[in-house]
Design a protein around this ligand. Structure first.
Ligand SMILES: O=P(O)(O)O[C@@H]1[C@@H](OP(=O)(O)O)[C@H](OP(=O)(O)O)[C@H](O)[C@H](OP(=O)(O)O)[C@H]1OP(=O)(O)O
Ligand SMILES: Nc1ncnc2c1ncn2[C@@H]1O[C@H](COP(=O)(O)OP(=O)(O)OP(=O)(O)O)[C@@H](O)[C@H]1O
Length: 468
């Protein structure tokens, strides 16, 4: 990327999260572009601080998360310093495309520091002459229930945080709030909808463009029919098992097949509508080299639960209060170098009362938090149509794979040390809210899904990707 020749007209709004806004180069067909996406962190600070903060994200991703999740899935990127005029013009250009509910955050137009990443929706193996690649993005969230002895509320060992949090979000923050609460039937319907839609943060891209977003609700997020219109052509050629009369559900089902699996020896969420189905069909272990296995293993570094972790956080906090300079030695805000991970791996299994033990446990928890909040991108590149038509295939009756896939993990930034008290408060709020309002769940929430949602179309919220 030639930084001195950056022109905002070449870049377009791509998406955003809680902390960053992402733009992509408008000519995504230029697969030789060294970078497709730039991320801006929304924090006003000095240039040095901004640079350090983004460098921390790169280091954490490349030295910590990449080792735990697998190098092949992680693209850490690099920090770049952009011309300020380019950033200012860009912020004006993208403002109207941003979802209104994110606009309380403003883009950092003063530091010029940004994270430069490859555009993972548009893999380099794609040949521009072919059908544009599809890409699915999901946020798997936490895949296990806590079994720590520190857990004080039994409900946490039965219902996962995601399901409890969904109820909380629905009843506290959605605009339908009042009427939903007033009308029991409507509330049941809304809650069922939420539970039946486990993939919050679900996006689909075609040729690098977002064509469906379950969350953003912006103009770019087209409705399901429009999505089907985009997807149908991908399943209509070069493959005998699919015909032009496919139902909409079958198109979607063929596009992404979702299966429930459960970690060995771990209990699972009772609020999941899929449990009975899963029990009926038996569970299937995650392959140990799969992206989901790696993510689940990393999430399980949270061995104590926030309730067990908080006293350790307090121990570190007290130590830092007495010896502020120790912050650097304990690597509270980085550096996230290789030694950081080694230290954590050498952490004793039992608490020896030391601040080092407490700090290591806090860091492990922070890593687990990152793994609970990451997203998975699965880019699907249609195979060459000419190869599909090859006479040899016809004779041997072997259908070549319709897509090659590239799986990546994104959003691997470190969660701040100081966010731990907020995590505890949030956990308490979610649990007590669920205990007070969980009875509002429709009885059917714990029952198998109605036929329209039942297996094999929808089996559960833990995922396995199958070659299509
Ligand atoms: O707390 P959660 O589970 O709602 O997760 C938050 C995410 O919400 P969602 O995935 O939509 O439920 C939230 O995502 P959104 O902004 O809702 O898209 C952030 O990822 C947030 O992380 P951070 O505080 O920005 O580092 C996430 O917060 P933490 O991972 O720091 O808890
Ligand atoms: N390298 C990439 N290639 C393609 N799209 C990307 C890339 N990085 C981010 N995106 C898109 O931008 C969105 C926001 O990015 P990201 O999740 O990293 O932001 P965030 O502010 O850290 O999010 P969160 O709210 O989860 O903390 C993603 O959901 C994804 O759709």
């Amino acid at each position: 990327m030639e930084l001195d020749k950056m022109d905002e007209n070449d870049w377009k709004y791509h998406g955003e999260g809680n902390k960053s806004l992402v733009v992509s180069h408008s000519r995504t067909d230029l697969v030789y572009l060294p970078s497709g996406v730039t991320v801006y962190v929304f924090v006003f600070q000095t240039v040095e601080q901004a640079f350090r903060q983004i460098q921390n994200i790169v280091d954490f991703s490349s030295n910590v998360m990449s080792s735990l999740l697998g190098e092949k899935f992680v693209h850490s990127g690099e920090v770049v310093k952009l011309p300020l005029e380019f950033v200012r013009q860009l912020s004006i250009k993208v403002q109207h495309q941003r979802p209104a509910w994110r606009c309380d955050k403003v883009m950092d137009i003063y530091s010029g520091c940004a994270l430069c990443l490859p555009n993972l929706t548009y893999p380099v193996l794609y040949q521009p002459t072919h059908t544009p690649p599809l890409c699915v993005e999901i946020k798997p969230k936490c895949g296990f229930l806590p079994s720590s002895k520190h857990v004080s509320k039994d409900i946490k060992t039965k219902v996962c945080r995601f399901c409890m949090h969904q109820l909380c979000k629905l009843l506290l923050t959605k605009p339908l709030h009042c009427s939903v609460l007033r009308n029991r039937q409507r509330m049941h319907f809304a809650i069922r909808q939420l539970i039946e839609e486990p993939q919050n943060n679900f996006k689909i891209f075609k040729g690098g463009q977002c064509i469906y977003s379950s969350k953003e609700g912006s103009d770019d997020s087209l409705d399901l029919n429009s999505l089907l219109h985009h997807l149908r052509p991908y399943f209509l050629h070069g493959n005998n098992r699919i015909n032009s009369h496919m139902s909409s559900k079958a198109v979607l089902n063929d596009f992404i097949q979702v299966r429930e699996t459960r970690g060995e020896g771990r209990s699972f969420c009772e609020a999941s509508l899929f449990n009975k189905e899963r029990t009926r069909h038996g569970s299937q272990g995650l392959p140990s080299d799969s992206v989901l296995f790696r993510i689940l293993q990393t999430q399980m570094l949270d061995t104590q639960d926030i309730e067990g972790l908080y006293p350790l956080y307090r121990r570190v906090g007290q130590h830092l209060h007495d010896f502020p300079k120790e912050r650097t030695h304990l690597q509270i805000d980085g550096l996230y170098d290789e030694a950081f991970l080694e230290k954590l791996q050498k952490c004793p299994a039992e608490d020896d009362g030391s601040v080092e033990y407490a700090a290591a446990k806090v860091h492990q928890y922070r890593i687990a938090m990152t793994a609970k909040d990451c997203s998975i991108m699965v880019a699907l590149v249609p195979s060459n149509e000419e190869e599909d038509d090859d006479e040899g295939h016809k004779l041997s009756n072997v259908v070549p794979p319709a897509f090659s896939s590239l799986v990546s993990i994104l959003d691997l930034d470190p969660k701040p040390f100081d966010s731990i008290p907020c995590q505890l408060r949030l956990d308490q709020k979610i649990v007590s809210f669920y205990l007070r309002n969980g009875s509002a769940l429709p009885k059917g929430a714990l029952q198998p899904l109605p036929a329209i949602f039942s297996a094999p179309e929808r089996e559960d919220c833990t995922l396995l990707f199958h070659p299509v």
